[in-house]
Design a binder for this molecule. Sequence first.
Ligand code: NAD
Length: 489
Amino acid sequence: MTPSLPPTVAAHVPTGLLIGGGWRPASGGATFPVHDPGTTEVLFDVADATSDDAVAALTAADEAFAAYRSSAPSERSELLRAVYDAIRAHAEDIAALVTAEGGKPLAEARAEVAYAADYFRWFSGEAVRFDGLARRAPAGTHHQLVLRRPVGPALLITPWNFPIAMIARKVAPALAAGCTAIVKPARLAPLTTALVAEIIREELARRDLPGGVLNVVPSSSARGVSEPLLADPRLRKLSFTGSTEVGRTLLAGAAQNVLRTSMELGGNAPFLVFEDADLDAAVTGAIAAKMRNSGQTCVAANRFLVHAKVAGEFTERLTEAFATLVVGHGAEPGVTVGPLIEGAAVERVDELVAGAAGAGARVRIGGERPHRPGWFYAPTVLDRVTPDMPLVTEEIFGPVAAVLTFGSEQEAITMANATPFGLVAYAYTGDLSRALRLAEALDTGMLGVNRGMVSDATAPFGGVKSSGLGREGGAEGLDEYLDTVYVAV
Ligand code: NAD
């Protein structure tokens, strides 16, 4: 156990599988280790779910669905509000765990916990606001009712980079809609999911709601969990957040039983800085958009596209700002940049940077691994970057800013859209008309105008093109878990 995780928190982290309202070991008895990326030490060994465990979780979710689907919307609303209150009450403990297993600085972990809790508060409200329709048919021959009802048992697969926010964005709307859930957290960071699942388990039990409403099956074999469930007709919904490559495989699997799917996939966000931008604001926004979680976010600015007139000045100021960042273990006071999630991630980022530098890019700061234990990479800025470099065409997922230049608005739009991805874009400009033109022209699900952060539980989050299908948060987030039934009377 590392000192980074207070013993009082460690004592409360469940390490089993949650199936049908009780924690249990994996049926094969196996476990897998979860590391602190800031030290590489093992934090816990966690039960390693087998295919049989996954099917047992689906059985529990299916049985619970029969009762939970007819629970009163107000009861579900109160459940979610109580979960919100409990997360807020335990926020410090949860944040410590997010930092221990994911590496991000404690201040960022606290912000993630608050952001995640907001999904429970928001969907507590949405749970009693499903809309429907009743009207006389235009032909005058009958009446038409349009009703909404829960889709059914849902498989929720999440990534490691936001250990609480990613499950909150799925579990809160699923439970609000009346669906039951099986969560498959990421192998690299499953602990926070377990801690939050225990909070939800307690609140379900307190209300005499079925324990099988929420099941959790961490596993070192993701396919061992997903494949039997996607083949089982009792499963009715798949919501996935992760890489586009895995998303494609899961979409193919979901075709077997024609599941409702939500896909939050990879990004390659352009960060546009126009000649009329406030450069101080642009640098502040750039740090927010690039450096959260050491650059390991789907909404991370991946390509800084800067008007040639201001590129020199912007890069200079960005480099100065990077020089003030403090790299270290996320639990250390004052640290602003934590480790990457694993050794392989450091190798990958190093290869992207070395490849770009070898092809003519200039490293302005960083470009190396700090000498310290843990999986760290130094905050790095490169300019003289060209659009064909893998540093630009691939998702970097590290603390590396690549600066390219453009000469006109049209060129900026063409460069921004030259990617299969379309999750988010950022634009810094003093011209509102230009911002509105960009909102029309950029292939993106979200656009931050003079803002380096867009995520908000109350607004629809999601992408276009290879960045995914569906939206999380906002009113749209609930739709993902509801079917529409038309009744002609
Ligand atoms: P990943 O795709 O490797 O894994 C995501 C989840 O899928 C994990 O739980 C993993 O165990 C599981 N998984 C992996 N292979 C699987 C398979 N064959 N079948 C079933 N499940 C499988 O992604 P990651 O490395 O955990 O996360 C990083 C990626 O997630 C990045 O591409 C990032 O952009 C994306 N992401 C997207 C969003 C979004 O909202 N769009 C948010 C966060 C992360």
